[in-house]
Design a protein around this ligand. Structure first.
Ligand SMILES: NC(=O)c1ccc[n+]([C@@H]2O[C@H](COP(=O)([O-])OP(=O)(O)OC[C@H]3O[C@@H](n4cnc5c(N)ncnc54)[C@H](O)[C@@H]3O)[C@@H](O)[C@H]2O)c1
Length: 266
C-alpha cells in the first residue's frame, strides 16, 4: 500500500456508504476502510456489497454489507437501525446509490421520470435525514457527502431526469448545510465528470465517449479512486469548516468553454 494511502485519517470513524457494491461507492468504501474507518455498505445488490465487504476484510479492514433500496423510507430507517446496532453512531454518510437513465425529455414517460427522482433524489434525502437525526442524537461531528454530477450543473443530451435529480441534490446539500451547521454536521457533494464504472458502461456508447473527451481539458475519464480521494477529504478533519459545497472532480469540464487546437499560436 503506498504511504499516502495509509494515514489512518478516519481512525475511530464509522461510515455508511450507499451504492457500495459498485463503482465509486465501492472505491470510497475501500479507501475509507484503508484509512481506518469501519464501513457498512448498503445496496440493492446485496451479493455485490457482500463481495466488496469481504474484499475489505481480506485486506484487514472492518466492513459489513446490508440490502437496502434507498427509495424505500422503511428500508432506509431499518438500515440506520442496523448500522447503530453494528457500529454505533454513524459519523459519515456517503450516498453513492443511484441509477442511470438516458431519455430525451420528449420521450420521457412520467414513470421513467419518477423512478429516477425517487432513487437519485428522494433516496439521497431519506438517507441524509436519517443520518442527520442519528448524528444529532449521538452528538457526533458528522459528515454527509452526496454523489452529485456535472449533469446537475450543465445540460447534457438525454439526461433529463438524471440531471434534475442531481441539480436538486446540490440544493439539498445547501439547505442541509444551513440547517445542520449548528449541530456540527457538514454537508457537501462531490460532482464527478465521467468516471469509468458500471453506470457509464450502461450510459455511454463510443459516440458519447468521443464527445466527452472532446470537452474534457484532461482528456480522459476519471478513475473511481480519484473521486474517492475527494470524498475522503470531505469526510476527514481537514474539511471541518467546509459545508454546503459541491466539489467538482471533472477533469476541468465545468471550467471549459470551447476547446480547439491553436495551431501555430499554440
Ligand atoms: N460514473 C460516472 O461517470 C458518474 C459521474 C457523475 C456522477 N456519478 C454518480 O456517482 C454515483 C455512483 O455511480 P457509479 O458510476 O459508481 O454507478 P454504479 O452503477 O457503478 O453504482 C451504483 C450503485 O448503486 C446501487 N443502487 C442502484 N439503485 C439503488 C437503490 N435504489 N438502492 C440502493 N442501491 C442502489 C447499484 O446497485 C450500484 O451498486 C451515482 O450517484 C452517480 O450518479 C457517476
Amino acid at each position: 500500500m503506498p504511504e499516502r494511502m495509509s494515514h489512518n485519517r478516519l481512525q475511530q470513524k464509522s461510515a455508511l456508504i450507499t451504492g457500495g457494491a459498485s463503482g465509486i461507492g465501492q472505491a470510497i468504501a475501500e479507501r475509507f476502510a484503508a484509512e481506518g474507518a469501519r464501513v457498512l455498505l448498503a445496496d440493492v445488490n446485496l451479493e455485490g456489497a457482500e463481495a466488496v465487504a469481504a474484499g475489505i476484510r481480506d485486506n484487514g479492514g472492518v466492513a459489513q454489507a446490508r440490502a437496502c433500496d434507498v427509495a424505500d423510507a422503511d428500508q432506509v430507517a431499518a438500515l440506520f437501525a442496523s448500522f447503530a446496532e453494528t457500529f454505533g453512531p454513524v459519523d459519515i454518510l456517503v450516498n453513492s446509490a443511484a441509477i442511470p437513465q438516458v431519455r430525451p425529455i420528449l420521450k420521457m414517460a412520467v414513470a421513467d421520470w419518477q423512478r429516477v427522482l425517487d432513487i437519485n433524489l428522494t433516496g439521497s434525502f431519506l438517507c441524509a435525514q436519517q443520518a442527520a437525526q442519528a448524528m444529532i442524537a449521538a452528538g457526533a461531528q458528522g459528515r454527509i457527502i452526496q454523489l452529485s454530477s456535472v449533469n446537475g450543473q450543465r445540460a447534457i443530451s438525454g439526461r433529463g431526469a438524471y440531471s434534475v435529480a442531481k441539480g436538486g441534490l446540490n440544493m439539498l446539500v445547501k439547505i442541509m448545510a444551513a440547517e445542520l451547521g449548528e449541530h456540527g454536521i457538514t454537508v457537501n457533494a462531490v460532482a464527478p465528470g465521467p468516471v469509468d464504472t458500471n453506470m457509464v458502461l450502461k450510459m455511454h456508447n463510443q459516440e458519447t465517449r468521443d464527445a466527452w473527451k472532446a470537452h474534457l481539458p484532461i482528456k480522459r475519464y476519471a478513475k473511481p479512486e480519484e473521486v474517492a480521494a475527494a470524498a475522503l477529504f470531505l469526510a476527514g478533519d481537514e474539511s471541518a469548516y467546509i459545508s454546503g459545497h459541491t466539489i467538482n472532480v471533472d477533469g476541468g469540464f465545468d471550467a471549459a468553454g470551447m476547446l480547439f487546437d491553436l495551431g501555430d499560436l499554440g
